[in-house]
Ligand binder design. Sequence first.
Ligand SMILES: [Zn+2]
Ligand SMILES: [Zn+2]
Length: 249
Amino acid sequence: MTVRPCSFARVARLEDLVERDRDHECEGFGVHHVCVKVVAVANLPTRFGDFRIVAFWNNRDGKEHVALVHGDVIGADRVATRLHSECLTGDALGSLRCDCRDQLETALQRLGAMERGVLLYLRQEGRGIGLLNKVRAYALQEQGLDTVDANLALGFRDDERDYAVAAHMLASLGVGSVALMTNNPTKIRQLQEHGIVVAQRLPHVIPPNAHNRKYLHTKALRSGHFMPVDAPELPEQDEPLSSIKLGGA
Ligand SMILES: [Zn+2]
Ligand SMILES: [Zn+2]
């Protein structure tokens, strides 16, 4: 486990983070030395419950990440936490090539029903390769490449996502330790490497439906995720449903 590059003054309320971070600049987290700071906090009532939205600026690429916070999380331990990577096609447009929207909604429903919890909405579209390249990868998949080979053909690793920014965001929020909602050991390991205490793992559970049952089964067998073959857990966002035959075709 590495040591956090800087310590963060504890504040009483989320809105106090804006003033605390006004001049924040640290050496950054991870190989890319990402530093984020809180720039705005507001209420965000949602269909999944009442949240506060915490907006972060980052020094690396100007991407605007947000945390959705439910309940009191400052200084709290075992805070249920979900890391969600942006997926425009799934989250907003309802694409069936992936299950990101189901994962997002399930996470927000669960967090909204708990005493406290955090969802980090991370702007790393398409497993980190960006929207345009994700669409390019879809096109290659339609020519017969699988999802891994499609990414490699475009010059990317299978998964370009980096959770250093997520670690910094959790540290900035002052979360004591997290109960991470994930089936992906990579997320746990990366957060720990950046000094976040992962006290517990919460399986990300959702009842399978007729559309994704076969996919879930296949991924449980093929992936390294924590997913018992018969358990109704979602796979991680990182795997486009390229193996599913849409429309029964
Ligand atoms: Zn920083
Ligand atoms: Zn998606």
